[in-house]
Write a protein that binds this ligand. Structure first.
Ligand code: ZN
Length: 141
């Protein structure tokens, strides 16, 4: 009786030093988390921020859920091609993704600052042009 009919759990026979035999029952969810079982995706899996469908680097997480002590179930979405998918990823893998997202946010903030700066320069330029062209008179103030 090493395997059960429904495959929901299996039994492992362990012989103790005393000579006694005990049966250890493993249930399916415990087997999944056992260290000998390799995760769904390994270290060589592609970076999570890159879309597998269109190669866009803008994939972001919609939902995260703990899936065991060192794994996360992450639902991802690509804003470029509307691809949505989920998978179970290792802690390290998800941390790298998190760092990538931080970098993305920083880049976005930098772009926004540059844009604000450019807009201000644009306004100043227009104001100077209007002044020089005599379109702004003292009575405007
Ligand atoms: Zn995509």
């Amino acid at each position: 009786m090493s395997h059960d009919q429904d495959h929901q759990h299996y039994v492992r026979r362990v012989v103790l030093p005393s000579g006694k035999t005990i049966e250890v029952v493993y249930f399916e969810d415990q087997v999944v988390n056992a260290p000998s079982v390799s995760p769904v995706f390994d270290e060589t899996a592609a970076d999570l921020h890159i879309c597998g469908t269109c190669d866009s680097e803008l994939v972001y997480p919609v939902e995260w859920d703990e899936a065991g002590p060192e794994h996360w179930e992450v639902t991802l979405r690509c804003p470029n091609c509307e691809w949505v998918g989920s998978g179970v990823y290792e802690q390290d893998h998800v941390e790298r993704f998190d760092e990538e997202l931080d970098r993305g946010t920083e880049a976005l903030v930098r772009d926004l600052r540059r844009l604000m700066h450019a807009n201000m320069e644009d306004e100043i330029d227009r104001f100077v042009e209007a002044l020089e062209a005599g379109h702004i008179q003292p009575e405007d103030f």
